[in-house]
Design a binder for this molecule. Structure first.
Ligand code: G16
Length: 542
């Protein structure tokens, strides 16, 4: 009943920042999914009889790939596969379920915030037993295997009914269809004081949660409306759709436009939030104020001890290198360590496992903690609600107070999307060639303090990751950072991260792009980005 199918290697199956992300038609090629999934299994050792967790964000092709994985995981010898009902499970929930049941690992089907649908993106990511994305040594080994693979194994059985809760068998392997929300909701109740949050909503507190027609709909509906008693209709776009309703499920002010408009208008509720395709990102907006992910990380870290799960305090904070230095100010004031890692949640795993960091965050709308090994959109919202329940003040007040205490890190990311790869590499090379001569040079009001090609030495396992982005640090705390995205599927995406530190409250109310005008000008000058890409302006400014 197990079929061995001959195959040949397929080019380009190299996992990026977070799994293998490609256009759906690429994934639909014969053997494409099977080659990659078999390469994952061929790379792993010692999983016979153990448990695998499988879930996806419900995007187009999710159901077909779930069936392939169930049949291949059974053929590979897993003892039990827990799959979310309908093939659905958010990324943070997969991480939580792996940890709760001591599973060997999990497979997440998602291209996160990338658009879905027949011409959209699809992705496969492997998570290890700690619940986090596989570290580079495993993803490198998977990629190496895709280049030599000669066959794959698949159980020759009819599709499993993934819509009914319960158990079925493929050979000796038990396939258990589970409620994708239950275990996650249980974990949230351990971390947060649900009574306090219910009281907040009872007092008339209003909120809108935009699930962006993606995976967090069922989670937010059950937790925020169901368990916390928020008014029906608080959660909008709550049904996961294969094409996310044609929207781009990236929770930023540009793509979550309706929410943003509402929050800036006269009828804004007290609090607004959104999450992305697979539920690990978050957007936080108060009435009249968008909270940058970097600020959100700093504010949540400063107040985490309000939640029962963190009442003993936090051990350290970790942020990805391009994330603003706002969290550094908090860590300094708290007397705890700040860790600066490359982009990619996988780099936080060792720090969390070793107990060095408790709260982690990234500029790309990700925040999370040691409760799982992924970033977690709904978790971030619950921690914000905890803070709001305690303080009973508007978000804008809390943010301004934070800036007054720690200084404001003006922050913006300029993305240049679908740039021809050569042009993008040209921009990076141009900057790299100047890196060693930049320190000491002045550009208008800005003097370069230091510049480097960011490299990370993992303090836990001693591994080194090089070429993780080009940093130019100016005196006074301003920065320009350049890197190539590792999650795009079309040409290259150049990301330019711009930051300015402003400790003086008299100057903390400038419009962000205006506040950053000098840094933007220097970044453009040094990189030659406009000339080299032929793009006068970035594609997306957040
Ligand atoms: C993934 C990673 C994040 C990373 C983000 C941005 O997020 O998990 O750690 O910050 O990509 O990556 P890039 O700048 O390379 O596009 P997600 O939400 O897409 O899984």
């Amino acid at each position: 009943m197990i079929r061995t199918v001959p195959t040949t290697p397929i080019d380009g199956q190299k996992p990026g920042t977070s799994g293998l992300r490609k256009k759906v038609p690429v994934y639909q090629q014969p053997h494409y999914v099977e080659n990659f999934v078999q390469s994952i299994f061929d790379t792993l050792e010692g999983f016979a009889g153990k448990t695998l967790i499988v879930g996806g964000d419900g995007r187009f092709y999710n159901r077909e790939v779930v069936q392939k994985i169930l049949k291949m995981a059974a053929a590979a010898g897993f003892g039990r596969i827990k799959v979310g009902q309908g093939g659905l499970m958010s990324t943070p929930a997969v991480s939580a379920v792996i940890r709760k049941y001591g599973a060997f690992g999990g497979i997440v089907l998602s291209a996160s915030h990338n658009p879905g649908g027949p011409d959209g993106d699809f992705g496969i990511k492997y998570n290890i037993g700690n619940g986090g994305p596989a570290p580079e040594k495993i993803t490198d080994a998977i990629f190496a295997r895709t280049k030599t693979i000669g066959e794959y194994k698949i159980a020759d059985v009819p599709d499993v009914d993934i819509d009914q809760l319960g158990e079925a068998k493929i050979g000796d392997t038990v396939v258990e269809v589970v409620d994708p929300v239950a275990d996650y909701a249980e974990l949230m109740q351990k971390l947060f004081d649900f009574d306090a949050l219910r009281t907040l909503f009872k007092s008339g507190f209003t909120m809108r949660f935009d699930a962006m027609s993606a995976i967090t709909g069922p989670y937010a509906k059950r937790i925020i409306e169901g368990l916390l008693g928020a008014a029906p209709g608080t959660v909008v776009n709550d049904t996961p759709l294969p094409d996310f309703g044609g929207h781009h499920p990236d929770p930023n002010p540009v793509n979550a436009h309706d929410l943003y408009e509402l929050m800036m208008g006269p009828n804004a509720p007290d609090f607004g939030a959104a999450s992305d395709g697979d539920g690990d990102r978050n957007l936080i907006i108060g009435r009249g104020i968008f909270v940058t992910p970097s600020d959100s990380l700093a504010i949540l870290a400063a107040h985490a001890d309000l939640a029962p799960g963190y009442a003993k305090g936090i051990a350290g904070i970790a942020r990805s290198m391009p994330t603003s230095l706002a969290a550094d100010q908090v860590a300094k004031a708290m007397g705890i360590k700040i860790y600066e890692t490359p982009t990619g949640w996988k780099f936080f795993g060792n720090l969390l496992d070793a107990g060095l960091a408790t709260i982690c965050g990234e500029e790309s709308a990700g925040t999370g903690s040691n409760h799982i090994r992924e970033k977690d959109g709904v978790w971030a919202v619950l921690l914000w609600l905890t803070l709001l329940a305690k303080r009973r003040q508007p978000v804008i007040h809390i943010v301004r107070e934070h800036w007054a205490k720690y200084g404001r890190n003006y922050y913006s990311r300029h993305d240049y999307e679908a740039v021809p790869t050569e042009a993008a590499n040209g921009v990076m090379e141009a900057i790299r060639s100047q890196i060693s001569s930049l320190p000491g040079q002045s550009f208008g009001k800005l003097k370069v303090h230091s510049a480097d090609d960011f490299a990370y030495h993992d303090p836990v396992d001693g591994s080194d990751s090089k070429n993780q982005g080009l940093r130019i640090l100016f005196e006074g705390g301003s920065r320009a950072v350049f890197r190539l995205s590792g999650t795009g599927t079309e040409g290259a995406t150049l990301r330019v991260y711009l930051e300015r530190y402003e400790p003086d409250t008299a100057h903390q109310d400038i419009e962000t792009q205006a506040a950053l005008v000098d840094v933007i000008a220097v970044a453009r000058k040094i990189s030659g980005i406009v000339e080299k890409t032929g793009m006068a302006e970035p594609t997306v400014v957040t």
